[in-house]
Design a protein around this ligand. Sequence first.
Ligand SMILES: NC(=O)c1ccc[n+]([C@@H]2O[C@H](COP(=O)([O-])OP(=O)(O)OC[C@H]3O[C@@H](n4cnc5c(N)ncnc54)[C@H](OP(=O)(O)O)[C@@H]3O)[C@@H](O)[C@H]2O)c1
Length: 375
Amino acid sequence: MQIKVLLTGATGFVGGDFLYALHHEEAALATQLEITALVRDEAKGQLITQAFPAVKIVVGDMKDAAFTSRLASAADIVMHLAAAANFASIEAVHHGLQQPRGSRKAFHIQVGGASFFAADEIAARATLGSAPASDKLVFDDLDGVPEIRRFVRAHPERRAENYILDETHKGSSSSSSSAEPNNDSGINTAFVVGPLIYGRGRGPVNQRSLQIPELARIALETGKVLKVGAGDNVWATVHVADLSDVFVRLLKRAVDVLSGRDGDQATAEGGAVWGPDAVYLAHVDEVKMGDVAELVAAALAAKQAKVQIAHITPDEADKLAAYGSIMWGTNVRATGRRATELLGWQPRYKDDIAEEVQRVVDEEVERIANVVATA
Ligand SMILES: NC(=O)c1ccc[n+]([C@@H]2O[C@H](COP(=O)([O-])OP(=O)(O)OC[C@H]3O[C@@H](n4cnc5c(N)ncnc54)[C@H](OP(=O)(O)O)[C@@H]3O)[C@@H](O)[C@H]2O)c1
């Protein structure tokens, strides 16, 4: 029997790369699946079916809760790889998966963005651009999930993260709100948190990430390579192909459980691969954002571009790019161990941010030249 997967974000950088990895690196797994991609633009949907003919397209908006919930209720596995902070769509997915489905298990694999770890800095603003004050906020996804949960609970404004870490594990009869959640919802959830994601996406629509390309774009347009404040803040990093590998490994585990191939193992590890503790910080390296700016400046200078480093305020960063102060001014650090320990994840990319900056600068120069040429 084919296993039904609902995928959101297939036209995006993250979701598109996942689709590529699944079809090109785990083709046998892909053939066991009936994948429905929720897209909001029919023309983009056609690009997906050209690249992956077996993928079914449903056109709609995930902000339509009833629609999203209905699609999720028909799926065995939902891979919600579109906008991570969209609380209503996460809730709609969860409600859909809660619909009666006999003894068949349901799986919810959710992408998240690691900027929630910088919630204190984002609120205070004064320290944006400063070096990490201590190692207190270097979260560990294997032994440190209670600290992650405590941190998220201390920030009720982070509705999406609170919902995923607490609410998705409660059964409909559960009343406790402060106790550790015990996964009586019957839905197997995994929360994969991406830091600064780099590399060229391999999906059919958006292949461009944000944090480094936007720095290069602004430098080319304004002559300024930005550092928020001193630029001493640090971000954890992962290559998009390595992130996709985490999603593929989780999907494979879910399929093994649904096909009865991994029953015993899944039960033994149930609380770890899936459930309240299943937070995967897909973090590999870390980089100082000011160093990224210096690399961008050097790569552009080598192309004879007239650029200089500019130390700017968080407000100025936000005027230049959506969430600029967060992308370039916060500290996001973590120790990602769960995917390696439990899924056998071995990231392939490391220590290659200098190469990445060169690639991005070449690509942005070409992209902007094309925009000018076709204007
Ligand atoms: N890129 C990073 O460095 C990074 C880092 C950490 C976490 N993340 C998280 O990963 C998620 C995906 O990021 P990304 O880089 O792949 O972004 P992206 O390239 O902008 O893709 C976003 C995807 O979500 C879809 N989407 C957005 N709103 C939708 C709606 N209302 N209904 C249906 N689909 C909708 C988009 O569809 P359209 O094609 O129609 O726009 C697109 O497929 C985000 O939540 C982001 O926070 C990204």
